[in-house]
Ligand binder design. Structure first.
Ligand code: GRG
Length: 315
């Protein structure tokens, strides 16, 4: 059975999305291009005043990226052609939050990075103040987009906003970043995984939850797809830490060696055991995926693609 037919089968009777499945579900390249195009439409043009701010937003947001989080949300939502545009906008809102977090993470007061997404970091190109304002603008733009998706019921939009707020806030990205910057001494493996969970896993889970809420998945399926995204996020962060130790900046389009003295799974366990932990998370992710009832093939293709883009071959 082809990917599209399989997705159609999964959704029959299981959610509000029932028409012919969006063809982008079976074509990552076109899906990523659609995300890129829509992101470009959702933010002001670089000619609009203040050009520096809008230029900074576009510089960060439209730089080459794997678009993992919006693709994940889109695959779980599995829209039909009629709901494609609404799902794409919700997915773009996630990408905006992720990009805002990258801009902030790269600042001199945080990771002090010079290269991101194959470009100079936003503060290097536009100055620190404009970079901070661009990140704030992107986050607010994200909430505005969610509120404006008229094709989704108000209750769904409100649930998406709540998921996003939780993922960013005191029990999400912001907390993870604070722990990463200021509480790295004496951490054991579990504590390091906790930081990884907050910095990376939380937004992966929020992306899967976006898809689950839009598709109307039941509680059991939603919990399982959340577990899938959690393990995928942890594998992803471990891969990032492995690359920080082993890759060249030019190959991955961002600074390496930024982990410096920070404990990571790689510095604690060594490259071999960190690689094993990466593989364990991927195996657990796959088991949860099967439990979720979400069509596994597009998700598996996503996994091998995102890690291949990082130069990592998955089992
Ligand atoms: C207020 C949104 C907000 C955040 C504040 C700065 C901060 C708190 C959090 C930073 C979290 C962070 C940057 C975690 C690293 C996540 C990670 C693995 C990034 C790399 O993601 P990829 O590989 O990058 O998906 P591309 O460029 O492909 O999108």
């Amino acid at each position: 059975m082809g990917e599209i037919q399989e997705l159609a089968g999964r959704r029959e009777g299981s959610g509000p999305l029932r028409g012919a499945p969006s063809p982008l579900l079976a074509d990552f390249t076109r899906l990523r291009e659609a995300i890129d195009r829509r992101l470009g439409e959702l933010v002001p043009s670089a000619e609009q005043r203040p050009q520096s701010l809008n230029g900074a937003i576009r510089h960060a947001l439209l730089a080459p990226s794997k678009r993992v989080r919006p693709v994940l949300a889109y695959l779980v939502a599995a829209p039909d052609e009629a709901s494609h545009a609404a799902v794409l906008d919700a997915a773009c809102a996630l990408e905006m939050v992720h990009t805002a977090s990258l801009i902030l993470d790269d600042l001199p007061c945080m990771d002090d990075a010079a290269l991101r997404r194959q470009r100079p970091t936003t503060h290097v190109a536009f100055g620190e103040a404009t970079a901070i304002l661009a990140a704030i603008a992107l986050m607010n733009c994200a909430y505005g987009i969610l509120a404006d998706i008229d094709a989704l019921p108000a209750e769904t939009r409100s649930r998406l906003s709540a998921i996003m707020a939780r993922a960013i806030g005191c029990e999400g990205l912001v907390a993870g970043q604070e722990l990463d910057l200021n509480f790295r001494d004496g951490l054991d493996r579990d504590a390091v995984e906790d930081v990884n969970w907050l910095k990376t896993g939380v937004l992966f889970v929020a992306s899967a939850e976006f898809g689950a809420v839009i598709a109307g998945l039941g509680p059991r399926e939603t919990a399982a797809i959340g577990r899938y995204a959690r393990h995928l996020g942890l594998a992803f962060q471990t891969a990032d830490d492995l690359l920080d130790q082993t890759a060249a900046a030019a190959d991955i389009g961002k600074d390496v060696g930024k982990d410096g003295g920070k404990p990571t799974l790689v510095s604690m366990l060594g490259v071999e055991r960190a690689r094993l932990s990466f593989e364990e998370h991927l195996a657990q992710a796959d088991a949860a995926l099967v439990e979720s009832g979400v069509s596994p093939e597009p998700m598996r293709a996503l996994v091998s693609r995102i890690f291949a883009a990082k130069g990592i071959v998955t089992p």
